[in-house]
Design a protein around this ligand. Structure first.
Ligand code: HEC
Length: 207
């Protein structure tokens, strides 16, 4: 037994020494190519941009954008329209014509894209709140009543905090949604001078 332990220790000791001699200490610097047991897909065949390709139908590596693609970062002569910024500040105002048609479109796009989380009236209580996604903003908070249109545009485009980006919504539709959100806000907080006289009297204090 004793003989076995001695041999074991000797073999183990020299193996450990051999490993350290070959592989070095952890953290040591070396100019040699590292020993690679699993290559982790470090090197693989790839295409370089602007080169031909017999594999792809266009015969080149760069694909043609599909019809209807929406440019994401582009320079135009209307920066406010696509960034929500005027100079370095959030701008305000809807830069497309606001009419019944645009509001109807905004309502439809809102119902498709936003209502699940923000709720039909924009109170932040969409169906997802019943499944654990809480914290969607209520547009009826003062913060959002006074928030610049451009900042809301930016939230739709890039997302904010827990909310993901919605830049697949066309630029004009994003503004239509904002116009509709403004209508929702007004619906919950209309100043009394904007109300028709018959509804104003129902809540007016008795003389
Ligand atoms: C999947 C759920 C979800 C959807 C869909 C969604 N939102 Fe949100 N939204 C959130 C959450 C959650 C927050 C709060 C984000 C935070 O503060 O982390 C939020 C915040 C916001 C805010 C406030 C951002 C701020 O500056 O505080 C605005 C404005 C907004 N959403 C607009 C929209 C609009 C417009 C749409 C549709 C195009 C939309 N959201 C779709 C979940 C969603």
């Amino acid at each position: 037994m004793k003989g076995f332990i001695r041999i074991f220790l000797a073999v183990f000791g020299s193996l450990a020494l051999a490993v350290v001699a070959i592989a070095g200490f952890r953290g040591d610097f070396t100019k040699n190519t590292p020993i690679e047991i699993f290559p982790d897909m470090d090197r693989q065949p790839k295409y370089k941009s602007q080169t031909p390709s017999p594999f792809l139908p266009e015969g080149r590596v760069d694909r043609v954008p599909p019809y209807g693609s929406i440019p994401f970062h582009i320079q135009t002569d209307q920066p406010y329209l696509i960034t929500g910024k005027m100079g370095s500040m959030w701008g305000t105002g809807i830069p497309v014509t606001v009419d019944q048609k645009l509001l109807a479109r905004g309502q439809e796009r809102y119902q498709i894209n936003c209502q699940v989380c923000h709720g039909a009236a924009g109170a932040g209580n969409g169906i997802t709140s019943q499944y654990g996604l809480v914290g969607a903003a209520s547009y009826h908070a003062d913060k959002y009543r006074t928030m610049a249109d451009g900042e809301i545009f930016n939230t739709i485009t890039h997302g904010k905090g827990q909310m993901g980006p919605y830049h697949h919504i066309e630029v004009k539709d994003r503004w239509a949604i904002i116009a509709y959100i403004r209508a929702l806000q007004l619906s919950q907080n209309a100043p009394s001078n904007l109300l028709p006289p018959e509804s104003a009297t129902t809540t007016a204090a008795k003389p």
